[in-house]
Design a protein around this ligand. Structure first.
Ligand SMILES: [Zn+2]
Length: 359
């Protein structure tokens, strides 16, 4: 099924403006005022080709502290790379301005915009941001790439997340992006992705790195992947092919801390680990015990906790699972992040180490 794009062949109406084919516009969606009276608005760049075609959204900062996506879209704009041959590109570097100002994922009342769709114009702040997006942006778009990072000191390897093998157009977007990893991710209630899907719009999520840290390789991969998606949609003439095929993970498992203490990782992002392989250790801070942790599953390390102080139940590593072990040639690692191995952590073996998969 192909959508009839609202703005594909004629004037596009956004924020009270009429934007014609061939025009480039920066407009600001006013959301509200801070207690100080400062107006909070969301800048939206619009790049229209003369030629009709699909409308694609590039958006970041839905979680305000996830700066890699913000920087990715900023570079695309700054370098004047968003010049579609056909159709329209909407670029929103920061949706959650409040979170960006406060170095926070959420808005000031603690709510997550990405659990607040479709929102309510008279609801709480997160709900108002979502509602404004739904009114102004969602009706215009056919496809979208939503840029995120890991949260709370957990880094994600560069990966596309989407519903895999359920919708041919979504599969094609993910395949075109060709991030180092492609992960099947179910739709969460209240998320942008779920709401878009219900309206027949396809949005894939690109994750790289962690919040409040710039991940240069991941930003480069994000720009390259975006170009491949635009090429797939006939909106740019050329895009560099990926360095290697994406590793597709249809399942994933979080390994969690059974013990509180200091976490030492013995793995790096992108590494393949075998079932039973030691991936780290948790030590008490007083030098009494150290317990090594074995993985109950085989797979790739696609997410890694960088916070050494862990509580029981904290997520330590995210293992992406493929149906078969990789061949040698698949084992190229996008990140060269090699942990130093502490000398004293393999003192005691815990029979039960290795957490049960998250349900
Ligand atoms: Zn996020």
């Amino acid at each position: 099924m192909t959508l009839e794009s609202a703005g594909s062949s004629s004037d596009l109406c956004l924020n009270g403006l009429v934007i014609k084919p061939g025009e480039q516009v920066l407009t600001r969606l006013v959301i509200s005022r801070l207690p100080s009276g400062t107006v909070i608005d969301i800048p939206v760049h619009v790049f229209r080709a003369l030629e009709p075609g699909p409308t694609v959204l590039l958006m970041a900062g839905l979680h305000g502290d996830e700066v890699n996506g913000i920087e990715t879209i900023r570079r695309l704009i700054r370098r004047q790379l968003l010049q579609p041959l056909r159709g329209t590109i909407l670029a929103i570097p920061i949706l959650n301005i409040y979170g960006f100002l406060n170095f926070s994922r959420e808005v000031p009342d603690g709510k997550d915009v990405n659990r607040s769709f479709p929102g309510n114009p008279r609801g709480s702040l997160a709900s108002r941001v979502a509602a404004r997006f739904m009114r102004e942006i969602m009706p215009l778009i056919d496809y979208g790439i939503d840029f995120h990072t890991g949260g709370a000191a957990r880094a994600n390897i560069s990966q596309i997340r989407c519903l895999l093998h359920q919708d041919a157009e979504t599969d094609a977007l993910a395949e075109a992006f060709a991030a180092p990893f492609t992960l099947h991710a179910g739709l969460r209630p209240g998320s942008l992705r779920e709401t878009a899907m219900q309206q027949g719009r396809r949005i894939i999520v690109y994750e790289t790195g962690e919040s409040l840290r710039l991940d240069e390789p991941g930003i480069d991969l994000g720009i390259a992947g975006t170009f491949r998606v635009l090429q797939h949609l006939g909106m740019v003439a050329e895009a560099a092919p990926p360095a290697r095929p994406s590793v597709v993970c249809l399942r994933s498992t979080w390994l969690r801390a059974k013990y509180a203490g200091l976490f030492h990782s013995l793995v790096h992002l992108g590494q393949y680990i075998e079932k039973g392989q030691v991936f780290g250790a948790v030590a008490d801070p007083y030098g009494e015990t150290s317990v090594r942790l074995e993985s109950p599953v085989a797979g790739y390390i696609i997410g890694l906790n960088h916070m050494p102080v862990v509580n029981q139940g904290d997520a330590l590593v995210h293992v992406g699972r493929t149906d078969s072990a990789p061949s040698r040639s698949d084992l190229g690692v996008p990140f060269e992040e090699k942990p130093a191995k502490p000398q004293d952590i393999e003192t005691e073996e815990d029979e039960e180490a290795g957490e049960a998969p998250e349900k």
